[in-house]
Design a protein. Structure first.
Length: 282
């Protein structure tokens, strides 16, 4: 039965994949054939009688094997190195025959750290009561696919998250989005988690305070009432002026054909009552 082992590593590190056989001190690598394969088909590195007989192009200058423990060292490890590896060891007891002394699977799991989350907030609208904000949290360059979580004043929130990656074995970029209606200053936290590791960032969101209440235009009823009052006031002034004019003219003489005749008429002395009586007697 094939024994499966798991080796964890971070991208950029040097990691060793153990083999299932160790050459005793009484022997040397010259008596063995060793095959390190990936996915049981691609030969990463192969030795025969102490010499390299095959090496994968992608692993050149990044791999070497210990001549005693047969450990495969990879440096630096890349995300594309993820996957199962197989160590096959044959002992050359005779010139034409070989015996398999070891055949074992080892799984390599490579992770990459995400950048520290970056939080940005954009004001979309605001009033005296609240401020509407679009909040985004982003992180990049990590592996595998992460989880994104957050909190508002220590109360959990769910981000509208999206992930971007060129392939299943490429770094991920993650972005979370929130639409918030901020009525007071609050603290928001964004965390990006992967493979048991998490990175977090916090930001204080402040409500916009420079709010000027909008000027409310007078209503239609107010305008109508004001117009009526003004019209009534003007009519009252007009009527009062006409009344005063008539009252003053009632104390003056009646108008004549000319100014001079009018003056003469007004200058005639009044006829006494005595003369009138005498005239009547005659």
């Amino acid at each position: 039965a094939l024994e499966k082992k798991i080796v964890n590593s971070k991208a950029g590190e040097k990691i060793g994949l153990p083999c299932c056989h160790e050459i005793p001190s009484s022997e040397s690598l010259d008596n063995y054939r060793v095959y390190w394969q990936k996915n049981t088909t691609d030969v990463v590195l192969a030795y025969a009688e102490g010499k390299i007989i095959s090496q994968h192009e992608r692993y050149k200058n990044r791999t070497e094997m210990d001549n005693r423990t047969l450990t495969l060292w990879i440096s630096p490890v890349e995300i594309l190195d993820n996957g199962p590896y197989q160590c096959v060891v044959q002992h050359l007891r005779f010139s034409q025959n070989s015996v398999v002394v070891c055949d074992e699977l080892v799984s390599l799991f490579v992770t990459a750290e995400f950048s520290k989350p970056n939080i940005t907030a954009e004001v979309s609208a605001h009033s005296c009561e609240s401020t509407e904000m679009v909040v985004r949290c982003s992180s990049h360059g990590g592996f595998p696919k992460p989880k994104i979580s957050g909190a508002l004043n220590n109360v959990s929130v769910v981000w509208n998250a999206s992930w971007v990656s060129e392939s299943s074995l490429s770094p991920y970029n993650v972005t979370g989005k929130l639409l918030l209606n901020v009525t007071k200053d609050i603290s928001i936290t964004c965390s990006v988690e992967h493979n048991g590791f998490a990175k977090s960032t916090s930001l204080l969101l402040k409500k916009t305070n420079d709010c000027i209440p909008p000027t409310v235009p007078p209503s239609y009823n107010v305008i109508t009432a004001s117009s009526i009052i003004i019209i009534i006031f003007l009519l009252a002034i007009t009527l009062a002026a006409r009344y005063l004019l008539r009252h003053v003219c009632s104390h003056c003489c009646k108008p004549q054909d000319s100014v001079e005749e009018g003056v003469k008429e007004c200058m005639k002395p009044p006829v006494s009552s005595k003369v009138t009586s005498e005239t009547s007697s005659v």
